[in-house]
Design a protein around this ligand. Structure first.
Ligand SMILES: CC(C)=CC(=O)SCCNC(=O)CCNC(=O)[C@H](O)C(C)(C)COP(=O)(O)OP(=O)(O)OC[C@H]1O[C@@H](n2cnc3c(N)ncnc32)[C@H](O)[C@@H]1OP(=O)(O)O
Length: 257
């Protein structure tokens, strides 16, 4: 499939989707988001792929929704067409999706990164929700996901003032899983992809589902859900293989069944 605004390629078991509108700092226009959704769904359905890396350029992961494209839109249009709702496709992907963020991740760019399963940040990454400067508020989950990630005080300050935070602050606040040198960002993300490809697919999918459930349930419900998935894994060949391999002091060979 040929795309105009993203580059999609595979590195062994890992798919890499690169946002590719460099002149507009990867501003997220409708076409780019449609292409991204199609690529994500395609890789999710591809048995050869274990995980997906979403990245941008060294200057920008994405500087937000395309302001020039949306500036003249009117309420009946954005409301009736449920503007932005389609972006949630990212959260429907069952394989791990890693955001590898260098440069600006602002507004919808920050929100897109937060829809991924975790964020690896380059040293030069900058995160922010500057929509307030445009006379609007975040509309792709920023007020909700940022608040859950970094807590009310910091989320409120960033959303109300539009201040950017650098990678170090984002790591301290819990928004990113870790910081890596800017020039090795993709290499580090691909190492994570290799690790994920060596693991049991059912266990990986259930681990993702269980962690995500923590954001949508009470503690008691979440723990019950986790326990049921954990128990269910004893029906898989991979559980037998993983535990036997440990006991026999050899690497596990998972068959994903
Ligand atoms: C999802 C929802 C609901 C909302 C949103 O996401 S609203 C958008 C939130 N994002 C922003 O407000 C950030 C806007 N961009 C900037 O503030 C700056 O571009 C910057 C701080 C990220 C970088 O500044 P710098 O001086 O280095 O670069 P620029 O000359 O400003 O930009 C280069 C080039 O890219 C175009 N650009 C940048 N961001 C966007 C955007 N979000 N939408 C459309 N176009 C964007 C910018 O206009 C310029 O293009 P031209 O040279 O052709 O004007």
């Amino acid at each position: 499939m040929a795309y105009e605004m993203i580059l999609a390629e595979t590195h062994g078991p890992t798919a890499v989707i690169r946002l590719n509108r460099p002149k507009a700092l990867n501003a997220l226009c409708d076409q780019l988001m449609a292409e991204l959704g199609e690529a994500l769904r395609g890789y999710d359905a591809d048995d050869a792929i274990f995980s997906i890396i979403l990245t941008g350029s060294e200057k920008a992961f994405a500087a937000g929704a395309d302001i020039k494209e949306m500036k003249d839109r009117v309420f009946p249009d954005v409301y009736l067409n449920d503007f932005i709702a389609k972006w949630e496709v990212v959260t429907t992907i069952r394989k791990p999706v890693i955001a590898a963020v260098a440069g600006f991740a602002l507004g919808g760019g920050c929100e897109l990164a937060m829809m991924c399963d975790f964020i690896l940040a380059a040293e030069n990454a900058k995160f922010g929700q500057p929509e307030i400067n445009l006379g609007v508020i975040p509309g792709a989950g920023g007020t909700q996901r940022l608040t859950r990630a970094v807590g009310k005080a910091k989320a409120m300050e960033l959303v109300l003032t539009g201040r950017f935070m650098d990678a170090a602050e984002a790591e301290r606040a819990g928004l990113v899983s870790r910081i890596v040198p800017t020039e090795t960002l993709l290499e580090e993300a691909l190492k994570v992809g290799e690790k994920l490809a060596s693991l049991s697919r059912p266990a990986t999918a259930m681990a993702k589902e269980a962690v995500n459930r923590a954001f949508e349930s009470t503690l008691a419900e979440g723990i019950r859900f986790e326990r049921r998935l954990f128990q269910g894994l004893f029906a898989t060949a991979d559980q037998k293989e993983g535990m036997s391999a440990f006991a026999e002091k050899r690497p596990a060979q998972f068959t994903h069944g």
